[in-house]
Write a protein that binds this ligand. Structure first.
Ligand SMILES: N[C@@H](CCC(=O)N[C@@H](CS)C(=O)NCC(=O)O)C(=O)O
Length: 220
């Protein structure tokens, strides 16, 4: 197998989990080899590393423990624990617990409501409105937080902001007119500022789908 000295990131441009991993890797300054995945035809090497077949996956060639990180939050924490020049990691245990609680709600109930809102028929629903409205209750708590402080993480953009923003963005884009009509101005401003940031632009570069080199032994 051809081994890159760099960590290898299997990613998909529009996946919010992959976005949060790319955000943390970018903030950490750690260079990676980017491998863009087509979800319908996942590379054999990705599936050999991580049979569950989701992105993002970070592979650390040569790491003693196999070097496979297959959860987006683990990739974020790994990257930021190597280098955290922007101070994204919460400085206290209480701050970390707070960020992890927000992320748990995002990845649990909110993500489920988001999926049912976006694709109600996949869940046998006629409409996603009930899930949209459930999700909106939590989004209003984010808005209240952002009325009291500039960012979810406090004074500076940090772990919680990067972990949640790609998902809130997906929610907003499901019905932009409805989203814009809601009275969550602090949250809408936070989202708009994220979407227009250099950081966001930097992680949304387009990559051609990655293909294994012909000679590469990619079998499990
Ligand atoms: N818990 C995982 C979830 C990752 C995930 O579900 N990624 C989606 C894309 S957004 C995926 O790869 N789904 C597999 C597929 O669509 O085949 C993480 O945090 O990394």
């Amino acid at each position: 197998m051809s081994e890159s000295a760099l960590p290898v990131l299997y990613s998909f441009r529009r996946c919010p989990y992959a976005m949060r991993a790319r955000l943390a890797l970018h903030a950490s300054g750690i260079a990676t080899e980017h491998r863009e995945v087509v979800l319908k035809t996942k590379p054999a090497h990705l599936l050999a590393l991580s049979p569950k077949g989701t992105v993002p996956v970070l592979w650390l060639p040569g790491a003693a423990d196999g070097g496979v990180l297959e959860q987006s939050l683990d990739i974020m924490l790994w990257a930021l624990r190597q280098h955290d020049p922007l101070g994204w990691l919460p400085p206290s245990d209480a701050g970390m617990a707070d960020a992890l609680a927000l992320i748990a709600h995002n990845d649990g109930p909110f993500k489920q409501q988001l999926d049912r809102y976006k694709y109600p028929n996949r869940s046998g629903l006629k409409s996603g409105v009930a899930d949209r409205d459930e999700a909106a209750i939590w989004l209003r708590t984010l808005d209240a937080r952002l009325q009291a402080q500039p960012l979810l993480s406090g004074e500076h953009f940090g772990l919680a902001d990067a972990a949640l923003a790609p998902f809130v963005r997906q929610f907003a884009h499901t019905d932009p007119g409805w989203f814009a009509a809601q009275a969550w101005t602090a949250m809408a401003k936070w989202l708009a500022s994220f979407e227009s940031s250099e950081l966001f632009k930097a992680i949304m570069h387009k990559h051609a789908p990655w293909q294994a080199a012909h000679s590469e032994n990619v079998g499990p």
